[in-house]
Design a protein around this ligand. Structure first.
Ligand code: 0WD
Length: 251
């Protein structure tokens, strides 16, 4: 990946999937820039970025289009163009990631879909303009988009819409050589995952029932991401690639 420059969105700490992806892309020679959401995460992201000799572009809250514009303006100023982008962003009110989906509020439905789904389209609109030599967009999804999963609720609906977005964006941006793919990661203990009811049980269930009889790591997701972000996967777009120890074939 040497000579490639990529923007990483969604690092909260060193357990984040986006961090696993950043480490792998860096190991394969890519040059990186990070965004962070709010000052609390700035303090976490800055030292991580420094570890990889990467730039920190600035604050980006995907609910605020002005902050997205500012980030892409800064990328353009520093790099002039962009080769890849990692979107590892999701949110739902924790109180609605337990119990029944039918009880989802309109407010949390809108917010969850905006942050977890529309934001990919919002960043694709800006990235398209900078991916003048083609590029690769990558997002993160979960099996709860395909099947009912306990407690995943509105996030399952948001991920289903996200996966459909991957296909529509792939078709729209394909003519410019911009590829759009997702990794459907198995459960991993991160900050976001800790908001999901009974998450420890889900981890154990996957460990006992997946073909590989274990869960996956952020490093494993990172290696697959490096393939999808690099020219090794130049014939691949619109794909939802499972990195879940094979759980999707049995679940
Ligand atoms: O088991 C898991 N951990 C899986 C996660 C399995 C399959 C998929 N995923 C997905 C998540 O749904 C998400 O899309 O992977 C992506 C990354 O999630 P993660 O690495 O599990 O979680 P985390 O380290 O918490 O990063 C998600 C980050 C946020 O962190 P917090 O925990 O502070 O909400 O998404 C970012 C934020 O940094 N984020 C936002 N960024 C910009 N604007 C916003 C926002 N409004 N909201 C959340």
């Amino acid at each position: 990946m040497s000579g490639k420059r990529g923007l990483i969105m969604g690092v909260a700490n060193n357990r984040s999937i986006a961090w696993g992806i950043a480490k792998a892309a860096h190991a394969h020679g890519a040059e990186l820039a990070f965004t962070y959401q709010g000052d609390a995460l700035k303090k976490r992201v800055e030292p991580l970025a420094a570890e990889l000799g990467a730039e920190v572009i600035g604050h980006c809250d995907v609910t605020d289009g002005a902050t997205i514009d500012a980030v892409f303006a800064e990328v353009e100023k520093r790099w002039g163009k962009l080769d890849f982008l990692v979107h590892a962003i999701a949110f739902s009110d924790k109180d609605e990631l337990t119990g029944r989906y039918v009880d989802t509020s309109q407010e949390n439905f809108s917010k969850s879909l905006l942050i977890s789904c529309y934001s990919l389209t919002a960043v694709a609109q800006r990235a398209e303009k900078l991916m003048t030599d083609g590029g690769s967009l990558l997002t993160l999804t979960y099996y709860g988009a395909e099947k009912w999963m306990p407690h995943y609720n509105v996030m399952g609906v948001a991920k289903a819409a996200l996966e459909a977005s991957v296909r529509y964006l792939a078709a729209d941006l394909g003519p410019q050589g911009i590829r759009v793919n997702a990794i459907s990661a198995g459960p991993i203990k991160t900050l976001a995952a800790s908001g999901i009811g009974d998450f420890r049980y889900i981890l154990k269930w996957n460990e006992y029932n997946s073909p590989l009889r274990r869960t996956v790591t952020i490093e494993e997701v990172g290696e697959t991401a490096a393939y999808l972000l690099s020219d090794m996967s130049r014939g691949v777009t619109g794909e939802i690639h499972h990195v879940d120890a094979g759980y999707h074939v049995v679940g």
